[in-house]
Design a protein around this ligand. Structure first.
Ligand code: PMP
Length: 408
């Protein structure tokens, strides 16, 4: 398979890929759950603790200033990554889940009222369902769900029919973690704006595969997690348009998010600090910059093309296994292959592959309502990253033949 990327050298950047599992060299195909981290990110984390560790913003000593500068440099790097207009529109969170909860609570509580409609879709991750259900319960809003086709694509006609002046918020996943479907988010946003609704895009799976330009998309909010983008766990980003973030009340109270506190009244800090109460995950925010630099160094388009080639190769190879059915066959897909094998439980597939050193994910992938839509309890899922190879896919296919022989 042709690529301008030097995959062997990229693999050497990820120390964990040298691990052995059950006496076999590791094949890591659980990238949609979390990607592995390159040495540049690992070094940035330990380097931060070895040379810069201090609490940020409030200190006037050397280390505090150094830590603050690195922390804020990361914010500007993320602004650039998303092409946000201003760095104040970048809020650090603990991840996608945290970002969606922030919007549901801070925006939803302040601006949505009884009878207002919120639209999500059948293919949402639980973290883009439950926060809206909680809000609907509290504010008596109505949750509407866009159905999907058998191929795992949103039924856009149904979406359009759902939109009305009652629609106040649309929250849709950019790329499905369980199916790999890439949704037409620009069109979704444009149609929502026509009825005056605000839009959040769950970018958890998209940010590592697709170039995201929040100004071109014109989304109101965009949430993602760095750990799916070769960065550290426990940190993520919420982008929001300044006028909306300015108008929203804070989500959590505490240090850093205030201007002045008295027992009678507290005034709140400016953006972005208004939404960043308490000591943040400084080391991981700092290292996030290295993850983005790493991806930029390889080239997002080159990564996307290579992963797409892996998807085509894997799809063809896996379809040659009798009794294997791929769930999620959208025209626009990232490198995710969810599948079923006739007569074999997905959990057994996962266990037997693990014995051969191959890591995949099995289960409902935090998309239980969608699994119900397909009438299945779960799937097995292989998901690709830039360090994966066709040889590894061959090992997966051989592994699945073995599983079939043992259990089929
Ligand atoms: N949305 C999607 C589509 C996801 O794949 C995930 C992670 N599996 C999330 C949201 C939640 O991300 P996190 O667990 O990092 O908050």
């Amino acid at each position: 398979m042709h690529t301008d990327l030097n995959i062997e050298s990229i693999r050497n950047d990820f120390p964990i890929l040298n691990e052995e599992v059950n006496g076999k060299s590791l094949v890591y195909f659980d990238n949609a759950a979390t990607t592995q981290k390159p040495r540049a990110v690992l070094d940035a984390i330990s380097g931060y603790y070895e040379h810069s560790n201090a609490n940020i913003h409030r200190g006037i000593h050397h280390l505090a200033e150094k830590a603050t500068a690195s922390f804020e440099a990361s914010r500007r790097r993320i602004q650039e990554f998303l092409n946000a207009r201003e760095h104040e529109e970048i809020i650090f969170t603990y991840g996608t889940t945290d970002g969606i909860n922030l919007v549901a609570q801070a925006y939803g509580r302040a601006f949505l009222k009884e009878g207002d409609e919120i639209i999500i879709s059948t293919m949402e991750h639980h973290s883009n369902i439950v926060p809206w259900q909680m809000l609907c319960e509290e504010k008596s809003c109505v949750l509407k769900v866009v159905p999907i086709s058998d191929a795992g694509e949103l039924l856009m006609d149904e979406y359009e029919k759902m939109l009305s002046e009652r629609t106040k918020f649309v929250s849709i996943v950019h790329v499905s973690n369980a199916l790999g479907t890439i949704n037409p988010v620009a069109e979704i946003i444009e149609k929502a704006h026509k009825v005056g609704a605000k839009v959040l895009i769950d970018g958890a799976q998209a940010s590592s595969h697709i170039t995201v330009d929040v100004q071109a998309l014109d989304c109101d909010f965009y949430a993602f997690s760095l750990h799916k983008l070769y960065g550290p766990t426990g940190m993520g980003v919420l982008y929001g348009k300044r006028e909306l973030l300015d108008a929203m009340p804070p989500y959590r109270g505490g240090g850093e998010m205030i201007k002045e506190v008295t027992f009678e009244k507290t005034t709140y800090n400016e953006l972005p600090y208004k939404f960043e109460a308490g000591t943040p995950n400084i080391a991981d925010v700092v290292a996030a910059k290295n993850a983005l630099d790493y991806v930029a160094g390889l080239g997002k388009d080159a990564i996307g093309t290579y992963e797409h080639d892996l998807l085509l190769y894997g799809t063809e190879a896996m379809q040659s296994i009798e009794g294997l059915r791929i769930v999620g066959t959208a025209k626009e897909k990232i490198g995710v292959i969810s599948f079923l094998m006739e007569g074999i439980h997905h959990q057994d597939i996962g266990v037997l592959l693990d014995q051969q050193g191959i890591a995949i994910r099995t289960g409902h992938h935090c998309t239980q309502p969608m699994m119900r839509r397909f009438g299945i309890p779960g799937t097995s899922r292989a998901s690709f990253a830039v360090y994966n190879t066709t040889e590894e896919i061959d090992r997966l296919v051989q592994g699945l033949h073995k599983v079939k022989k043992m259990l089929g």
